[in-house]
Design a protein around this ligand. Structure first.
Ligand code: PBG
Length: 324
């Protein structure tokens, strides 16, 4: 009895014929490489919680960007680690801040590589929260939004091609859009972390960026991982406020959300394979539990299959090399 599935399976088993019926492809042009740029750092310093990932000084960040660019990686996403923090996170909108200087340096060296600025205050506040605190210790949404617009403007001035607010305050996409437009950056798109869950998978990042909250957690402004419908509502709101690309984060645990947001908004969707997802794959590979390369590429393929157009991953450079 010739089952149709049997014929299809034969097709997929047969080397070059497999490509003919494959539904999902990975291309380095869809990859975004996150880079941690640290003030006062000469060269690079490995991040213990993320084996294979380093903090970079400005020159080293240009080199890392160049390596990614040479392999066809589409963009870099910059996080700054300042040498001074304060209650307001004022270092975040310093035109001479490390992230602004790195943006300028990368754009001068690699004009064709897209540079994305992560807009948040948590790396710059001495308490580690993503915004300014009110007297009761909760984050003051509206005061924070005003500061975030300043940060976005400083990134645009420094040469950022795309602005990516990751703070999750309400109304920040609209406020950033208004500020950018008023200052002549009408053509700078916003990639909004729209559906960002309060996830356990950000653990290693907080070591990398030195941004762990000194008290409490981020559940006041990040979303409950149990809520998929709410994620779609958040995405719709960001689109209404002017977001050009919608982000879902983390990626692997949220494949259903990626699909739902894509179907609902029909916007370009980015998914962030975050630090904890990366660290797990690395650790499982190092322990011999899985083949790291196969597992990492399968994970990225699944994120793409779910509907993500843009894949933000610490594997960007390595995966581009694997695919070459
Ligand atoms: C800043 C920000 C975080 C991440 C990206 N931007 C940390 C957080 O929200 O706690 C996490 C990225 C990762 O884990 O790789 N708000």
């Amino acid at each position: 009895m010739p089952y149709p599935q049997t014929r299809l399976r034969r097709l997929r088993r047969t080397g070059s014929l497999r490509g003919l019926v494959r539904e999902t492809e990975l291309r380095p042009a869809r990859f975004v490489l996150p880079l941690f740029v640290a003030a006062g750092l000469d060269g690079s310093a490995p991040i213990a919680a993320m084996p294979g990932v380093s903090r970079h000084g400005i020159e080293a960040s240009v080199q890392a960007a160049a390596e990614a660019h040479a392999l066809g990686v589409g963009a870099v996403l910059l996080f700054g680690i300042p040498d001074n923090k304060d209650a307001d996170g004022s270092g975040a909108w310093d035109d001479e801040g490390v992230v602004q200087l790195a943006m300028g340096a990368i754009k001068r060296a690699l004009p064709d590589l897209l540079v994305i600025g992560d807009v948040c205050l948590c790396e710059y506040t001495d308490h580690g929260h993503c915004g300014l605190l009110s007297e009761d210790g909760t984050v003051d949404n509206d005061e924070t939004v005003e500061r975030l617009a300043r940060v976005a403007l400083s990134h645009a001035r420094a040469g950022a091609d795309i602005i990516a607010p990751s703070d999750m305050m309400d109304g920040r996409v609209g406020a950033i859009r208004t500020e950018l437009d008023a200052e002549g950056f009408t053509e700078t798109p916003i990639m909004a972390y729209a559906a960002k869950f309060a996830s356990a998978f950000y653990g290693p990042f907080r070591e990398a960026a030195d941004s762990a909250p000194a008290f409490g957690d981020r559940r006041g402004y990040q979303m409950d991982p149990a809520n998929g419908e709410e994620a779609v509502r958040e995405a719709r709101l960001d689109v209404e406020e002017g977001a050009d690309i919608i982000m879902v984060k983390p990626a692997g645990p949220c494949l259903d959300v990626i699909r739902a947001v894509k179907q609902d908004t029909r916007m370009p969707v980015a998914a962030y394979q975050v630090s904890g997802e990366y660290a797990m794959l690395r650790a499982a590979g190092a322990a011999g539990a899985v083949d790291e390369r196969e597992a990492a590429l399968e994970s990225l393929t699944a994120i793409r299959r779910a509907g993500a157009d843009v894949l933000i991953t610490y594997y960007a450079t390595e995966a581009a090399r694997w695919l070459a």
